[in-house]
Design a protein around this ligand. Structure first.
Ligand SMILES: *Cc1c(COP(=O)(O)O)cnc(C)c1O
Length: 484
C-alpha cells in the first residue's frame, strides 16, 4: 500500500516515508491510496494486539511483521494496565471505551506509545542520519504523551513548549518531572496561540532549517497530522465493536454509533477509516465544546476558523483549525484540486465553504453537536448519580452531545479520552463538592467521593523531583532547537 497527498495526486510515498516526513510537500496530508477490508469474523476472540497487528500489517507493508509484533507488545501491555481498548457498560445500549489506561492517562498514548517506534525504524530503513528534532506546542495532553513516547529514542531530540498559565497543575507536573536525556520542556510567556506561533515561525524559517542542517538536524512535527499518529487509533474502534459482539450486546454486523470528543479531528477520523474498511458503524458523532467550529461546519458546510477561542474545562478540544478534517474532505471528494482550493481559502480568508453534494455525503456518516460548560457539569453529575460512572470533562462533552441528539435506536460507544483525575477540580465542582486548593488534596477527595482510584502515575507526581522550571519568552523558542 502506498500513500498520496490530499492536495497532490502526483505524490506517491511508502508508509515509512509518510511517517518520517509527516507532512506532504506542498502542505497536504498523507492518505492511503487504497483501504484494506476487514474480516471481523476471523478477528473475533483475538487480543487487542492481535487485532492491532492485522490492521498495522495491512497499512504498513514495508515494516516486518516481527518488528510490528514487538512494537505492539512493548506499547500496549503492562504500561496500559493490560487494559488497552477497555470497554465499560454504562447502561443498556450505552458504553464507554476507556482510552486513558496508558502511561499519561489520556488517549494520545495509543498513538504516541507506538508511533515513536515506527519512526525510529523508518529512520533506520531509510538511512536517515540527520537527527530528527521535534518542537511540540501543547495545551496539555499531547506534550506529556509525546515526551513519554519519545524519551531516550535514538536519533531523536524533543522540545515541548506549554503556555505558562495555560495547563492544569497535573499536566504541568507531568511535564516538569519528565525523565529522559533527549528532551527539554519550557513554559512560554503567553497563551497557546503564542506558543503555536513560535513553532510555525521555526518551521517556516529557511534560515533555521539551514543552520540546523549544518548541525545535522532536521525539524519535524509530532502533532496529529502524521499518519503514524492516526493509524493506531483505528484499532480500538474495531476491538470495541468485537467486544460488544462477544458479550452479546450487539449481533455481528449490527451497526453501532460512536460518539467522539473532538479537537483536531484525528480520533474521529480513525473511526471513519474503520467504517471505510467495513466496520458496521451507524453514525460517527462529532462532539465539540464551546469551540463549536465543527458542529457549525456539519450544519452548514461552512468552516469558519476566524472566531474567538474560548478557554474551557476540556482544553484538548480548544481548537479552531481541525487539521485532520482535510483527510475527510479528500476521501469524500477524491479531488486534490478541490481540497487544495478549500485549504487555500482557509489560509487566506480563515474560512471555506464546501458544496451541497459534499456536505450531503458527509452527513450520511456524521452527526454533530456541542456542549457548553454548564452542560458539561450537568452531565458529569448525571453520569455519576444515575450510572455511577465518573467522566472527565472531555468525555462528558461527548456524553452530553449524544444525549442531546434524537435517539438513533442503535447502541452507542462513547470514547472516554482522559482520566477524570487529570481534571479533579472541575469534576469535584460538577459533583457539588468544595474543591481543595492543593491539587493532590483534590485528587484524594475525588477518590473518596467516587470510590475509584487515581492512576498511580498521577499520585506519584507529588513526590517526583521537578526537573524543568525554565520560563522563556515566545521569541526565545526559536533558539531552543540548536541547544538540544
Ligand atoms: C486530544 C484530545 C481530544 C481530541 O482529539 P482529536 O484527535 O484532536 O480530535 C479529546 N480528548 C482528550 C482528552 C484529548 O487529549
Amino acid at each position: 500500500m502506498n500513500y498520496t497527498s490530499t492536495r497532490d495526486a502526483a505524490q506517491k510515498v511508502t508508509a515509512q516515508q509518510a511517517i518520517l516526513k509527516g507532512l506532504a510537500p506542498g502542505g497536504g496530508l498523507f492518505v492511503p491510496t487504497s483501504l484494506p477490508g476487514l474480516n471481523l469474523q476471523t478477528l473475533l476472540g483475538k487480543t487487542y494486539n492481535q487485532v492491532a497487528l492485522a490492521v498495522l500489517q495491512a497499512f504498513l507493508p514495508d515494516y516486518a511483521p516481527d518488528f510490528l509484533q514487538q512494537a505492539l507488545d512493548d506499547s500496549y501491555g503492562e504500561n496500559f494496565d493490560n487494559k488497552a481498548g477497555h470497554v465499560v457498560k454504562v447502561t443498556d445500549g450505552l458504553f464507554a471505551l476507556e482510552l486513558w489506561h496508558g502511561p499519561t492517562s489520556a488517549f494520545k498514548d495509543y498513538a504516541l506509545q507506538l508511533m515513536p517506534k515506527l519512526l525510529v525504524q523508518a529512520r533506520a530503513m531509510l538511512n536517515e542520519t540527520d537527527e530528527t528534532i521535534f518542537m511540540v506546542a501543547t495545551s496539555g495532553d499531547t506534550g506529556k504523551a509525546a515526551l513519554e513516547g519519545y524519551k531516550n529514542r535514538p536519533g531523536i531530540k524533543m522540545a515541548v513548549f506549554y503556555p505558562e498559565n495555560g495547563v492544569s497543575e497535573v499536566q504541568r507536573l507531568q511535564m516538569a518531572t519528565q525523565q529522559g536525556d533527549n528532551l527539554a520542556v519550557y513554559a512560554v510567556k503567553g497563551n497557546f496561540d503564542d506558543t503555536q506561533r513560535g513553532i510555525k515561525i521555526a518551521f517556516n524559517s529557511q534560515d533555521i532549517a539551514t543552520r540546523l542542517l549544518a548541525q545535522h538536524k532536521k525539524l519535524s512535527s509530532a502533532n496529529s497530522i502524521n499518519w503514524g499518529r492516526l493509524l493506531p487509533q483505528i484499532v480500538y474502534y474495531i476491538t470495541s465493536y468485537l467486544a460488544l459482539c462477544q458479550n452479546g450486546a450487539v449481533a455481528m454486523g449490527q451497526p453501532v454509533d460512536f460518539c467522539v470528543p473532538t479537537g483536531n479531528f484525528g480520533d474521529i477520523m480513525a473511526g471513519y477509516y474503520a467504517k471505510l474498511m467495513g466496520l458496521p458503524v451507524g453514525q460517527l458523532i462529532c462532539a465539540s465544546n464551546q469551540n463549536n467550529v465543527l458542529s457549525d461546519f456539519f450544519a452548514s458546510g461552512k468552516y469558519v476558523a476566524k472566531r474567538p477561542l474560548h478557554k474551557t474545562s476540556s482544553p484538548s478540544m480548544d481548537i479552531l483549525v481541525s487539521s485532520n478534517l482535510e483527510r475527510l474532505l479528500y476521501h469524500e471528494t477524491q479531488s486534490p484540486a478541490q481540497v487544495s482550493q478549500w485549504m487555500a481559502d482557509l489560509a487566506e480568508k480563515g474560512e471555506y465553504q464546501v458544496d451541497a453534494k459534499t456536505l450531503e455525503e458527509i452527513n450520511k456518516t456524521f452527526a454533530a453537536g456541542w456542549a457548553d460548560e454548564e452542560q458539561v457539569s450537568e452531565e458529569i453529575a448525571e453520569l455519576k448519580t444515575k450510572y455511577n460512572y465518573l467522566a472527565d470533562p472531555h468525555t462528558a462533552v461527548a456524553f452530553k452531545v449524544w444525549r442531546n441528539l434524537p435517539a438513533s435506536g442503535r447502541p452507542v460507544v462513547v470514547l472516554s479520552t482522559a482520566s477524570p483525575y487529570k481534571f479533579s477540580g472541575k469534576v469535584l465542582q460538577a459533583l457539588g463538592q468544595v474543591v481543595p486548593a492543593d491539587e493532590f488534596d483534590a485528587i484524594a477527595k475525588l477518590e473518596q467521593v467516587s470510590g475509584t482510584k487515581a492512576p498511580a502515575a498521577l499520585t506519584a507526581l507529588k513526590t517526583k523531583p521537578v526537573r524543568f522550571t525554565q520560563v522563556i519568552e515566545a521569541d526565545e523558542m526559536l533558539e531552543v532547537p540548536f541547544t538540544l
